[in-house]
Design a protein around this ligand. Structure first.
Ligand SMILES: Nc1ncnc2c1ncn2[C@@H]1O[C@H](COP(=O)(O)OP(=O)(O)OP(=O)(O)O)[C@@H](O)[C@H]1O
Ligand SMILES: [Mg+2]
Length: 256
C-alpha cells in the first residue's frame, strides 16, 4: 500500500511510539507503544495528569524531539525534524519584543523567503482573523496576555500549516479571556480547516473544542483512551449533553 497516495492533508499516523527519559539514573517510560490516527481536519484534544507525556508527544509530532522507537507519519511521510506543514504554539507566545505585531506575524514568512509585501498582505489577513487589526503597529509589551497569545496564533497560521499543534495555549489566561479565546479557536479551526492537536488540562476546553479526546494515563500499565465528543457545533457548555460529556471525562480521572 502506498501511504503517500492514500492519505489526505494534515493526517497524522502514530505507530508503536515509545519515549523514555533518564531521570536520577532510572529510566522513565513516558510514552509506551502508542498508536494513534489523527484525521485530516480533525480537532483532537490531549488530556492527562501532569507528567503523563502530553508535551513530549506534541514535541515528537512537531519534530522537536525524536522517539526511542516507533513511527510518526504526516500525510504518509515519516517525520524528520520540524516541517512547514506543522506549526506549534506554546503556553507563552514567545514574541520578538523588538518587532511590532505585524513584524512578528510577517517574520515567519520573510525568513522563508516570501517577499515582504506578499508576507505583509498574508500576515494582515491572519491578524484580522484573530481580531487584532487595530494593533498591527503595537509592540508585544503593549499587549495583554490574551492579545499576545492571539498574535502567536496568527503567526502560526500565517505559514498556512496543515497541522496546528497547541500546548496549553490558553493555560496562562484569566478565566474570561480564556472563554473568549476558546470561541475564537473554534472559529479559526472551522475557517482554516486545519488539523488541530490541542494539549490542555481543562476538560471543559477539551470538550468544547475537540472531535475526540485522547486521555493519557500517568501509570503506564493503563492504556490511553480515545473518547468521541459527538456533540453538534457550536457547542453550548450549559447544554445537557455537554454537561454529561464533561462528567464522563471527569470520571476518567476518578472525579465527580
Ligand atoms: N528532556 C527531558 N529529560 C528528562 N525527563 C524529561 C524530559 N522531558 C520530559 N521529561 C519527563 O517526562 C515526563 C513527561 O513530561 P511532559 O512534559 O511530557 O509531561 P506533561 O504531560 O506535558 O505534563 P504537564 O501537564 O505538567 O505539562 C515527566 O516526568 C518529565 O519529568
Ligand atoms: Mg506539558
Amino acid at each position: 500500500m502506498n501511504l503517500v497516495e492514500t492519505t489526505r492533508r494534515g493526517e497524522v499516523t502514530v505507530r508503536d511510539l515509545s519515549k523514555s527519559f533518564a531521570l536520577n539514573g532510572q529510566r522513565l517510560n513516558v510514552l509506551r507503544n502508542l498508536h494513534l490516527d489523527i484525521r485530516s481536519g480533525e480537532a483532537l484534544a490531549i488530556v492527562g495528569p501532569s507528567g503523563c507525556g502530553k508535551t513530549t508527544l506534541l514535541r515528537i509530532l512537531a519534530g522537536l524531539d525524536t522517539p526511542d522507537a516507533g513511527l510518526v507519519l504526516i500525510d504518509g511521510r515519516p517525520v524528520h525534524g520540524v516541517g512547514t506543514e506543522r506549526a506549534i504554539i506554546f503556553q507563552e507566545p514567545r514574541l520578538l519584543p523588538w518587532l511590532t505585531v505585524l513584524g512578528n506575524v510577517t517574520f515567519g514568512l520573510t525568513v522563508r523567503g516570501v517577499p515582504r509585501s506578499d508576507a505583509e498582505t498574508r500576515a494582515r489577513h491572519y491578524i484580522r482573523l484573530v481580531g487584532l487589526a487595530e494593533f498591527e503597529t503595537a509592540y508585544p509589551r503593549q499587549l495583554s496576555g490574551g492579545m499576545a497569545q492571539r498574535v502567536g496564533i496568527a503567526r502560526a497560521l500565517t505559514v498556512q500549516p496543515e497541522i496546528l499543534l497547541l500546548d496549553e495555549p490558553l493555560g496562562a489566561l484569566d478565566a474570561m479571556t480564556k472563554l473568549t479565546m476558546q470561541e475564537e479557536l473554534a472559529r479559526i479551526w472551522r475557517e482554516e480547516k486545519v488539523t488541530m492537536v490541542l494539549v490542555t488540562h481543562d476538560l471543559e476546553e477539551a470538550i468544547f473544542l475537540a472531535d475526540r479526546v485522547l486521555v493519557l494515563p500517568r501509570d503506564k500499565p493503563s492504556l490511553p483512551r480515545l473518547i468521541d465528543v459527538d456533540l453538534p457545533r457550536p457547542r453550548d457548555r450549559s447544554e445537557g449533553r455537554f454537561v454529561t460529556m464533561r462528567r464522563r471525562l471527569m470520571g476518567e480521572f476518578g472525579l465527580h
